[in-house]
Design a protein around this ligand. Structure first.
Ligand SMILES: NC(=O)c1ccc[n+]([C@@H]2O[C@H](COP(=O)([O-])OP(=O)(O)OC[C@H]3O[C@@H](n4cnc5c(N)ncnc54)[C@H](O)[C@@H]3O)[C@@H](O)[C@H]2O)c1
Length: 353
């Protein structure tokens, strides 16, 4: 079995569902259930004996040690993080606490656990750390894409906290021989993303007839990868990656933010006609320190692990818009706070469920 952290968030929940559908291997999900972690997303797993949700913090060493001793996972996949750049600018504390200090505590307990393993169990053990391309900083429009050798130059409290965690992971491999693997991935989009990030926020606002706020001139460029492709890359890294290595993961889809927003508007015009969605676009004051461009050179993971994204930006975005149109009740529940009441009813004390 494997232990996943942060598996009730956007990428983690997609990973958990794909994992159980595809492999059937049991999985424990340790998640603090912050505003970004929604157990409703995984409610179709209720009663599934292969799945266990534990509400808790990666920084809770006693809890992590107990889970490792009880379940003896063959791997830990660490998604748990504070992940929203804007929130890191207005309130960086939680980013340092979870992304830096929390990852440190998790690594400490995983190291202790790994030290006690022997033979095949020890050889097979892996710690996979999910990180971001934002650790590399900002590119000029004609600069070559980020490779695994690009120097770290994080610019926001979020990316600085992720860079710190990446360095700790690297050090635990180098110093203690922990078999770690790190993925540095570009912007994910797809089903089950909390509607504070660009793609779901635009869909949500557009359907409500609200303004579509676009930072600055809208020309900031990101590479976009469909979340199912990222989950597939993580499985490849876990199965075949070389301990101590890092892998860049991208979607071969660089797009300016304004072009992403326009494409969402056009898809909505086709799939949910009745409004001039493009007319809702409103340019707003730029985010402080806003990185201009990120781009991923994915040649290492393609050559070494034969992984390439399957979805084009067109096909992935269409699936995403269709999912949000078909799951408006999920959006309403995660934005209404109703799920917070559900959490306090169901998880009043920390417990394995
Ligand atoms: N979303 C992206 O575009 C993207 C791109 C590259 C990398 N990443 C990385 O992937 C990971 C997952 O991102 P996401 O978009 O799914 O994030 P998310 O914010 O949707 O989910 C984060 C999850 O972690 C949980 N969590 C937060 N603090 C915790 C703690 N202290 N202990 C246990 N659980 C905790 C939350 O409850 C939530 O379920 C993050 O590490 C992020 O840095 C994200």
């Amino acid at each position: 079995m494997i232990l996943v952290t942060g598996g009730a968030g956007f990428i983690g929940s997609n990973f958990v569902l794909d994992w159980l559908d595809g492999t059937g291997e049991p999985l424990v999900n340790l998640d603090k259930l912050t505003y970004a972690g929604n157990p409703r997303t995984l409610e179709r797993l209720a009663g599934d004996p292969r799945y266990t949700l534990v509400r808790g913090d990666i920084g809770d060493r006693t809890l992590v040690a107990r889970l490792l001793a009880e379940h003896r996972p063959r791997a830990v996949v660490n998604f748990a993080a504070e992940s929203h750049v804007d929130r890191s600018i207005s309130g960086p504390d939680d980013f340092i606490l979870t992304n830096v200090v929390g990852t440190f505590h998790l690594l400490e307990e995983v190291r202790r656990h790994h030290d006690q393993l022997a033979g095949d169990e020890r050889d097979a053990f892996r710690f996979v750390h999910i990180s971001t391309d934002e650790v590399y900083g900002s590119l000029g429009i004609d600069d070559p894409a980020f490779t695994e050798r690009t120097q770290y130059a994080p610019n926001s409290p979020y990316s600085a906290s992720k860079a710190s965690s990446d360095h700790l992971v690297r050090a635990y491999h180098h110093t203690y021989g922990l078999p770690t693997l790190t993925s540095n991935c570009s912007n994910n989009y797809g089903p089950r993303q909390f509607p504070e990030k660009l793609v779901p926020l635009m869909i949500h606002n557009a359907l409500a007839g609200k303004n579509l706020p676009v930072y600055g001139d809208g020309r900031n460029v990101r590479d976009w990868v469909f979340v199912g492709d990222h989950c597939d890359a993580i499985r490849a890294i876990l199965a075949q990656g070389i301990p101590g290595e890092t892998y860049n993961v991208g979607g071969n889809a660089e797009r300016a933010n304004i072009d992403v927003v326009h494409r969402i508007c056009d898809l909505l015009a086709e799939l949910a006609p009745g409004r001039d969605y493009r007319s809702l676009v409103t340019f707003v004051k730029d985010r402080p320190g806003h990185d201009r461009r990120y781009a991923i050179d994915g040649s290492k993971i393609a050559a070494e692990l034969s992984w390439r994204p399957r979805e084009s930006f067109e096909s992935g975005l269409r699936k995403t818009v269709e999912w949000y149109l078909a799951n408006q009740d999920w959006v309403a529940s995660v934005t209404s706070g109703a799920y917070k009441n559900w959490i306090s009813r169901n998880y009043s004390a920390r417990s394995a469920a």
